[in-house]
Design a protein around this ligand. Structure first.
Ligand code: NAD
Length: 497
């Protein structure tokens, strides 16, 4: 059985742990590898390596760091097929979707190549007579990233290229469900010329995460995953005096106005609800049908959901692949059972789907609920599978209220032809990322990604300008070069003249 180890100090690292986890190929249901699950001591050893590497790396010029990032970008492009296949093999999503997610990660590397420009700082001549002042941003030290299973390339790449470009060293703890892509990315970064110890990958579970939280030499933690764990990370990292950004779960609404282009809305919803089998934090899991559009919307959606092509991720004809694990598949099916019990109308039932030749794969078909009510658990909780709930409301204000009352605030979109409706919606929605006639409004690399409410604990979003702020600390210098004059001591608060 293939054993996936850690990657520390520029090479494979076995660590001391005897514990391992199982990695599956979701398309066949077979186990494909064992992954090492680090102990706290393995993690602490890695922190020592990253701390040692920090001194030299943080003293490299931003241009030097950018040149290595440029080479890393080239290598990601060169090995794009191999990296994409490794995502499909362990996550299950379809090949072109996996490639798209890799590209979104690559775009952060491209953005990080511009780090000399982003670290330029600010300068004011003569803040007082013959006194100058400037602000600069310096790296934090050793940073850590803890990432979820659903984007094994993109989410780690929201973090480490930015942290490393800013002069930090980094320890990535990827999801133990699909760890291979992270290891390969770290190897490629080394091949691009990154000094040993600057990027390290430690595989593991709660034990490794708790060691990250406790280790005094880790300055900052970036987390992406479910809300209960995000809250745990946020609270405990703060308790341990670390800077922290912790992105959590979501329940994204798509408001469908009666004046919209229905085909556009339905097609947008199909991709956003069922793409990647609904295992996206920006998946749309609630369609809000406004006014009289409900029947037409549900009928159009139902035909398409029934005809969804479900199959292995490497099959070019598949539109939707399997779910990540058997446990997760059962959890999602359990939510569909619950929805039926709660009284929602199950218009399309994908629970029974079985694929010839892939009977043990973790597949289910798309599910569509109508008449969902806001007190139902299938509306309140994140399902993270191919299940779309339609909820009907009378008017725009009711739709907006519904969106704003939900505990999650990651993404939302509205389909309308009316500019005033779109503009009011984007202004009033209590949500971090808003789309107008765009089903999945994921910000590009040079903007920043993040939700509101219980979808993000912390102050800063990921990548883009917010990424630079998160991975650096601000220093402001005020200076005067007196020309021979000695000044008397001043005992009052200095004010500039
Ligand atoms: P998860 O919370 O189970 O795991 C995320 C990470 O935390 C993993 O590395 C895991 O090993 C670790 N972890 C799990 N349990 C832990 C515990 N008890 N203590 C300490 N660490 C623990 O999430 P997941 O199932 O891998 O990913 C799906 C979730 O991630 C969904 O809720 C999804 O919405 C969310 N997500 C959010 C975003 C976003 O940007 N907001 C992006 C992607 C995924």
């Amino acid at each position: 059985m293939n054993l996936i180890e850690h990657y520390v100090n520029g090479k494979k690292f076995a660590g001391k742990s005897k514990r391992t986890g199982k990695v599956f190929n979701p398309a066949t249901g077979e186990q494909s590898a064992e992954v090492k699950l680090a102990t706290g001591t393995d993690l602490d050893e890695t922190v020592k390596v990253a701390k040692k590497a920090f001194h030299e790396w943080s003293n490299k010029t931003p241009l030097y760091r950018a040149r290595i990032l440029f080479k890393f970008k080239e290598l990601i492009e060169k090995y794009s097929d191999e990296l994409t296949k490794s995502i499909v093999a362990e996550h299950g999503k379809v090949f072109e979707d996996a490639r798209g997610s890799l590209t979104r990660g690559l775009e952060v590397v491209e953005f990080a190549c511009g780090i000399p420009q982003m670290l330029k700082g600010e300068y004011t001549e003569n803040v007082g007579t013959n006194v100058d002042s400037w602000s600069l941003r310096q790296p934090l030290g050793v940073c850590a990233g803890i990432t979820p299973f659903n984007f094994p390339a993109m989410v780690p790449m929201w973090m480490f290229p930015m942290a490393i470009a800013c002069g930090n060293t980094f320890i990535l703890k990827p999801s133990e469900k699909d760890p291979s892509c992270s290891i390969r990315l770290a190897e490629l970064f080394s091949e691009a010329g990154l000094p040993d110890g600057v990027l390290n990958v430690v595989n593991g579970d709660k034990e490794a995460v708790d060691a990250i939280i406790k280790n005094k030499d880790i300055s900052a933690v970036s987390f992406v995953g479910s809300t209960p764990i995000a809250k745990y990370i946020y609270e405990n990292c703060a308790k341990n005096e670390k800077r922290v950004q912790a992105l959590g779960g979501a329940k994204n609404h798509c408001v469908v106005m009666p004046d919209c282009d229905l085909d556009q809305a339905v097609n947008g919803l199909m991709g956003a609800a069922y793409g990647s089998a609904g295992e996206r934090c920006m998946a749309q899991s609630v369609a809000v049908a406004v006014g009289n559009i409900g029947d037409k919307l549900v009928n159009s959606l139902a035909k398409k959901v029934e005809n969804l092509k479900v199959g292995p991720g490497m099959d070019k004809n598949s539109e939707m692949g399997p779910l990540v694990t058997k446990e997760h598949l059962n959890k999602v099916k359990g939510y569909v059972d619950l929805g039926v019990k709660e009284g929602a109308k199950l218009v399309v039932d994908g629970r029974k789907l079985s694929l010839q030749g892939y009977e043990n794969g973790f597949y289910m078909g798309g599910c569509l609920f109508d008449q969902v009510k806001k007190d139902m658990r299938i509306y309140k909780e994140e399902i993270f599978g191919p299940v779309l709930s339609v909820i009907r409301v009378k008017n725009f204000n009711e739709a907006l209220q519904l969106v704003n009352d939900h505990e999650y605030g990651n993404g939302v979109s509205i389909f309308t032809r009316d500019g005033d409706t779109g503009r009011t919606f984007s202004s009033k929605a209590q949500i971090g990322m808003v789309g107008i006639n765009i089903p999945i409004p994921v910000p590009v690399a040079f903007h920043s990604f993040g939700g509101w409410k219980r979808s993000l604990f912390g102050d800063q979003h990921m990548h883009g300008p917010e990424g630079v702020r998160f991975y650096t600390k601000l220093k402001t210098v005020t200076s005067r070069w007196p020309s021979g004059l000695r000044s008397d001591p001043e005992f009052t608060m200095p004010t500039m003249k």
